[in-house]
Design a protein around this ligand. Structure first.
Ligand SMILES: O=C(O)CCC(=O)C(=O)O
Ligand SMILES: [Fe+2]
Length: 300
């Protein structure tokens, strides 16, 4: 299996270099993902947040179960028949300090852990908004309300045992929202992405960087110009793996639809406007995990 050539975007160049902006657009069009370097999250904060991830997912089950869902799929996810080595805790939504506070209280987080969740949460929220703006800008569109789009935050643990080697950690899927920032494990690989030729390629760890990928809503919003990334996690070695995902989902309280500027004679509107939560339900009820449910919303 070949390793991926996922594009690398330099966040320090993105404000001032046209070439970097073009690279960003091409990454969204061809891959639906890229890695970012020189971003605003320090390696110290990333390491601290990973430690909190480990500590919270090591809590007794009774406590983890207190992390109840706010929208479907936003609370504690126990290991299941489909993903037996995987569990996660989650927070909805990241832009709300009250939600962050509730998440920490549910899990009896210490004052120190709370501080780290808050610092990481605020920093990663700022970053996801900035990346969203740059992606929109790469198509010549100004979006000024990404900061109001709800974000889900999730800490993932893979308890890979010797028997798990060769099997799946997280089943093949696309993310349903607009944009995801993933802090993948800096030591343990396993993430694989589907490339344009239809083969899975491993994404090796790249310490200090963050992986960004587009979800189904980016396909709709860009009127089909951008692709959503099909990915999965495979167990390569018998060890624990931790990752941290921030999902910027969709506009709050209004329809998901491509802006007028992206609709014209050559690019007729592809999808009918819809509410994100309805789309999320459609995916789940039809067991369509890789974006196929968008076909149900196609206009022609
Ligand atoms: O753990 C990973 O590397 C990927 C997790 C993922 O795909 C997700 O949380 O949607
Ligand atoms: Fe994902």
């Amino acid at each position: 299996m070949e390793e991926s050539n996922i594009p690398v975007i330099d966040m320090e160049k993105i404000d001032c270099e046209e070439g970097e902006c073009k690279k960003l657009r091409e990454a969204c069009e061809r891959w639906g993902c890229f890695r970012i370097i020189n971003h605003s999250i320090s390696e110290t904060l990333m390491a601290e947040m990973k430690k909190v991830n480990q500590a919270l997912l090591d809590l007794p089950l009774e406590i983890k179960k207190r992390n109840t869902e706010v929208i479907a799929g936003s609370g504690y996810m126990a290991p299941s028949a489909v993903n037996p080595f995987y569990e996660a805790l989650s927070l909805y939504d990241l832009g709300s300090s009250q939600a962050m506070h509730n998440f920490c209280s549910q899990l009896h987080a210490s004052p120190q852990q709370r501080k780290i969740v808050e610092r990481y949460g605020e920093a990663i929220h700022g970053l996801v908004v900035k990346i969203g703006e740059k992606i929109a800008e790469s198509l010549g569109i100004v979006v000024d309300d990404f900061k109001d789009w709800p974000c889900q935050f999730r800490i993932n643990k893979y308890n890979f045992t010797p028997e798990a080697v060769g099997s799946t950690g997280v089943q093949i899927h696309t993310d349903s929202g607009f944009l995801t920032i993933l802090q993948d494990d800096e030591k343990v690989g396993g993430l694989e992405v589907l490339d344009s030729s239809g083969s899975f390629v491993p994404v090796p760890p790249f310490p200090g960087t963050l992986l960004v990928n587009l979800g189904d809503i980016a396909r709709v919003w860009s009127n089909g110009r951008f692709c959503s990334l099909i990915h999965r996690v495979q167990c390569k070695e018998a060890t624990k793996r931790f990752s941290i995902a921030t999902f910027m989902l969709a506009p709050r309280n209004r329809n998901v639809e491509a802006p007028e500027e992206l609709v014209n004679k050559d690019h007729p509107r592809l999808y009918r406007p819809f509410i994100y939560e309805d789309y999320r339900k459609l995916r789940v009820s039809n067991k369509m995990h890789t974006g196929e449910a968008l076909e149900l919303l196609r206009l022609s």
